[in-house]
Design a protein around this ligand. Structure first.
Ligand SMILES: Cc1cc2nc3c(=O)[nH]c(=O)nc-3n(C[C@H](O)[C@H](O)[C@H](O)COP(=O)(O)OP(=O)(O)OC[C@H]3O[C@@H](n4cnc5c(N)ncnc54)[C@H](O)[C@@H]3O)c2cc1C
Length: 472
């Protein structure tokens, strides 16, 4: 008899930790993901700003799992989940694979949300993938290069104005690093421009910086950023974007334009569209961000063998952070283990409970904010500055996968934080133009499909007419 087959979608925190938790379980696992790597998203901003290389935060999933003999890793974009027949269909180029499952753990994460303005992505990419981070690195450094060549003061100003939209942890980290890069790393590196005069704007429609960290830490983070020269504009909602500028609506309804070529979006998230398929097939509800309202055991109603974890799940009190995904992935794996080894029924499962280990965000080198719950109370220990920053470094090293990655990262950090140097400032043309090129490619694809369909339509019309003519 073959062993139960567990299919896991996603190689992020939820998917990888679920697979590892099933290491000693008598099951066969297929882990399907659309990238070959496990991405450590919390350090993407360091790739974008040249501190670490992409390989350090994105080790190959099949290499991480090579010693775990019960896992098979499969590259593919899951296009369909069929709950009725218990299958998952994935696509790699033109090859479609249908994989049956006995148990399914869906951990496909979330994408950037532009709140219905998806065309903003062309001018203000988000930061969710390695491609995004490398493209951003190209855009940031490319803006400096263009400014060096420009003789028009207005154009130079536009090129040296960097706008980060969204003042959550990612926006704060990115704004801080762009400011630090222009002030320290690129200082004296150009002959016609002074890189230290670059303007970095962090803006948000909300009235506060780092809202999840509370008012006190938010204000401290804002003060630290302002000290570094970052301009903070709150209560400002982006209503339009184009290649050279963005339009912002103030609370009083007035609008203004900011001239800026390099813009970054870190304002919202939207769960994987796979959630919509689950909703259509099972009737499970989705929240406003498209996250699946799972039951207390993280399964979907009527399908106790299908779990949704991580950024895709909507569970009260569980934030969309790495720990939420890790704990969710492990919980689902434990439920499968308990059923197979102890015969536990879905009704006997203890509800998932999230253990909040605290949250952190870096602002610049030597400065971070940290919030840790005090056990047995509803209070939180809060701190900011150097010790919080050291805590951030230590924790992120612990969760980086692979000894070599940790060592390389440590060396790069030492170099970046003790000198003003950054070792990863290489940019390739592909990184800068890839999004535009892919956009053109997809336009060509669509137009040729339209042409073919148009031709077919004409042909069909002619064929349909033919008999008439003949008959006539
Ligand atoms: C820039 C940034 C900074 C962050 N900083 C922090 C931080 O400091 N601390 C913190 O705790 N959290 C942070 N987070 C949040 C944290 O990274 C996420 O909460 C966590 O990664 C969620 O894990 P997940 O497994 O649900 O999804 P992900 O880690 O996003 O993994 C999703 C996986 O699914 C795959 N996938 C998606 N769709 C498909 C499909 N159709 N077919 C096949 N595979 C698919 C993806 O390739 C990926 O492997 C940050 C996130 C970002 C983007």
């Amino acid at each position: 008899m073959s062993r139960p087959h567990v299919v896991i979608i996603g190689s992020g925190f939820g998917g990888l930790f679920a697979a590892q938790r099933l290491r000693k379980t008598d099951v066969d696992i297929t882990l399907i993901a659309r990238t070959t790597h496990h991405l450590f998203q919390p350090m993407l901003y360091q790739v974008a700003t040249g501190i670490v290389s992409e390989g350090e935060i994105a080790p190959a999933t099949r290499v991480i799992l090579r010693k775990q003999r019960n896992v098979q890793v499969m590259l593919g974009d899951v296009t369909e989940i069929d709950l009725k027949n218990g299958t998952v269909t994935s696509r790699l180029l033109e090859r479609f694979t249908t994989t049956p499952y006995d148990k399914l753990i869906i951990a496909a994460g979330a994408d950037q949300s532009y709140f219905g303005n998806d065309h903003f992505a062309e001018y203000a990419p988000g930061m969710k993938t390695i491609d995004d981070a490398l493209e951003l690195r190209g855009r940031i450094l490319g803006a400096f290069e263009q400014a060096e060549l420009s003789t028009d003061p207005a154009e130079r100003e536009r090129l040296l104005t960097f706008v980060v939209i969204g003042a959550g942890p990612t926006g704060v980290e990115l704004a801080g690093q762009i400011a630090e890069m222009s002030d320290k790393t690129l200082k004296d590196a150009f002959r016609n421009i002074d890189a230290t005069l670059a303007r970095v704007i962090l803006l948000d429609a909300a009235p506060a910086v780092l809202p999840p960290f509370g008012e006190k830490l938010g204000k401290k983070a804002a003060a630290r950023l302002e000290k570094m020269g970052v301009e903070i504009q709150l209560g400002a909602m982006v209503v339009d974007l184009d290649y050279d500028s963005l339009t912002v609506k103030e609370k009083d309804g007035t609008t203004r334009r900011i001239e800026s070529q390099c813009k970054v979006w870190s304002a919202g998230v939207q769960a994987s569209p796979l959630g919509k398929q689950l909703a259509e097939q099972s009737g499970v509800e989705l929240d406003r961000a498209g996250r699946v309202k799972v039951g207390p055991d993280l399964s979907i109603p009527g399908h106790p063998d299908v779990f949704v974890v991580g950024d895709m799940m909507a569970v009260d009190g569980v934030p969309g952070v790495a720990q939420g995904a890790i704990q969710g992935g492990r919980y689902a794996a434990d439920a499968i283990k308990a059923e197979l080894s102890k015969g536990q029924t879905p009704e006997q499962r203890k509800p998932f409970s999230y253990y909040d280990k605290g949250s952190m965000a870096t602002i610049s080198r030597f400065s971070a904010v940290m919030q840790v719950p005090i056990p047995g109370t509803k209070k939180k220990f809060e701190t900011e500055g150097y010790f919080a920053w050291l805590g951030w470094l230590a924790l992120h090293l612990v969760y980086l996968v692979g000894f070599r990655n940790r060592l390389n990262t440590l060396i790069n950090w030492f170099f970046a934080f003790t000198t003003r140097g950054r070792s990863q400032l290489a940019v390739t043309e592909q990184q800068v133009y890839a999004r535009t090129a892919l956009g053109h490619l997809s336009e060509i694809e669509h137009s040729s499909v339209d042409d073919v369909e148009g031709e077919l339509a004409k042909g069909t019309a002619t064929e349909e007419k033919k008999p008439e003519t003949e008959a006539g």
